[in-house]
Design a protein around this ligand. Structure first.
Ligand code: SF4
Ligand code: SF4
Length: 66
C-alpha cells in the first residue's frame, strides 16, 4: 500500500514532496497529495520528514497476520 496523507494534519511544509525519491508526492495548494500511488517505493522518507505525523502506511490485513 502506498503512503497516505491526512490533509487535516498537513501544514503544507512541502518536505515530503522534496524528499520523495520518485516524485510520487505533489503539492496541491497547501496540502500534499500522493498523486502517483502505484509508483510509491514504501521507502518511508515522507513519513520520517513529516513533523505533523500526517503520513501513514496502510497494509492489507493478510500482511499483518504473518
Ligand atoms: S511533510 Fe507532512 S506536513 Fe509537510 S507537506 Fe508533507 S504531509 Fe504535509
Ligand atoms: S514512501 Fe517513499 S516513495 Fe513512497 S511517497 Fe513516501 S517518500 Fe515517496
Amino acid at each position: 500500500m502506498p503512503a497516505v496523507i491526512d490533509p487535516a494534519k498537513c501544514n503544507g511544509c512541502e518536505l515530503c514532496d522534496l524528499y520523495c525519491p520518485v516524485d510520487v508526492i505533489h503539492m496541491e495548494g497547501k496540502v500534499a497529495v500522493v498523486r502517483y500511488p502505484d509508483e510509491c517505493w514504501h521507502c518511508g522518507a515522507c513519513r520520517l520528514e513529516c513533523a505533523r505525523d500526517a503520513v501513514r502506511f496502510e497494509f492489507p490485513l493478510a500482511m499483518l497476520s504473518v
